[in-house]
Design a protein around this ligand. Structure first.
Ligand code: GAL
Length: 413
């Protein structure tokens, strides 16, 4: 009897061990800043509460450029992670290579088709099958202002380009750095998203979505580059290479007036215990109110061994749960990836983001972010990055940049 009990206990323990080993997800991501890590923790804890353990594979580098390089190496070595944080066209590129798994079972059971907006489904599905689980919707045409500095400048939010420039001049006179910026191609491109959008919805669409040569080579595009040159004159001497979250820190500490950045910046302000409306102001880049250039973080699910599939599906299901969507996005600074999540738990900036997104979707002013991989595949995106960064750093005049943009995009298409 005793022997029987011991053997049973042993085999039960072994079974539990095997189940545990299977209930593990290895996740590759670039959420390494304070605010991002806090949000990621919401996901880790949620999975842990469901008995799924987490193997972390962080690759630092905002926008995910470095993460995508590491991913390529892992897949080439035949060792794909379970789930990978990914943006827009990158997901479709991996799907085309046949590297992604299939989430139809969970998506069908949970009715994802009805609650996840079409703009996201475009990247979560390939050939009619679910391949990725969207976590959120961010947007890039935001501005984050230090409230005390804005008050000193009269307290009025700039409504257009001229008022923005006047505010930046005022910050300069206050003795602070007007624009907190990190000179990295993806950050330069994030500003360019907003600058191009501020010159018109149609202009943005024709340039970045349609890749229309006449628009890319237009006088208006020269004006966009002129605006970049002007903004460049308001950054500090040490901007080159600075990480985006350190730039957010400058605004948080009052060393800089404002930052142009997607709403993941809000995660940094919240992590530093700052409150919207009291310590900082969120507003759309002047001239872009009513429009949204969005990007959605999704977890692309790779083809993994059969014993790892249950944990993968459980992770996908956990991500799409409405309660998780609210809890995670409140911390991350983003908007839920489902249309049926109440905005109750969100602060004023979050509520505005949710409302802006719904309206832009209705009014056809919701467009994919060029800077964050939702307008074009990586080859085109990188070609644009290159020209934008060279112009921003004074290596190209606006005239030359416009010409280069046309040829670079043409070659990368
Ligand atoms: C974006 C991503 C955000 C945020 C940001 C900076 O591409 O969508 O979630 O992480 O990069 O790292």
């Amino acid at each position: 009897m005793r022997k029987f009990l011991t053997t049973t206990a042993l085999s039960l323990a072994m079974l539990a061990g095997a189940a545990q080993a299977a209930e593990n997800v290895e996740v590759l991501h670039w959420w390494t800043s304070g605010g991002e890590a806090a949000a990621l923790d919401v996901l880790k804890k949620d999975l842990e509460s469901k008995g799924i353990t987490w193997t972390d594979m962080p690759v630092a580098g905002g926008g995910g450029t470095e993460a995508m390089t590491v991913l390529r190496a892992r897949v080439t070595a035949g060792n794909a992670p379970t789930a990978v944080q990914m943006l827009g066209f990158d997901i479709l590129d991996w799907a085309k290579e046949g590297a992604l798994g299939n989430l139809d079972e969970v998506a069908g059971k949970e009715g994802w088709d009805k609650v996840i907006p079409g703009a996201l489904q475009k990247f979560s599905k390939y050939d009619g099958h679910w391949i990725a689980a969207p976590v959120n919707v961010h947007s890039t045409n935001w501005m984050w202002i230090n409230k005390a500095a804005l008050d000193k400048a009269g307290g009025k939010e700039p409504a257009n380009w001229d008022e923005l420039i006047a505010l930046l001049d005022n910050f300069k006179a206050q003795g602070i750095t007007p624009i907190a910026h990190g000179g990295q191609p993806w950050q330069d491109a994030t500003i360019f998203d907003a600058v191009v959008l501020s010159l018109g919805n149609d202009f943005y669409k024709k340039a970045f979505i349609d890749l229309d040569s006449a628009t890319l080579g237009s006088d208006k595009m020269k004006e966009a580059f002129d605006r970049m040159t002007k903004l460049r004159s308001y950054v500090d001497d040490n901007f080159s290479g600075r990480d985006w979250n350190l730039a957010s820190g400058m605004v948080i500490e009052g060393k800089a007036g404002l930052q142009f950045m997607g709403d993941w910046a809000k995660g940094e302000f919240l992590k530093a215990k700052k409150e919207p409306g009291k310590d900082f102001v969120c507003m759309r880049f002047p001239g872009t109110q009513g429009s949204v250039t969005f990007n959605s973080d999704q977890f692309a699910m790779f083809k993994v061994a059969a014993d790892k599939v249950p944990a993968q599906l459980a992770m996908a299901s956990a991500i799409e749960s409405p309660t998780f969507q609210s809890a995670f996005n409140v911390v991350k600074g983003s908007v839920p990836a489902r249309t049926d999540v109440p905005d109750t738990a969100f602060d004023a900036c979050g509520k505005k983001a949710i409302k802006d997104l719904a309206e832009a979707n209705k009014n056809d002013t919701l467009m994919g972010s060029m800077a964050h991989g939702h307008a074009n595949p990586a080859a085109v995106k990188n070609a644009i990055y290159d020209v934008v960064t060279r112009e921003f750093n004074g290596e190209l005049t606006s005239e030359a940049a416009v010409k280069e943009l046309v040829t670079a995009v043409e070659a990368a298409k």
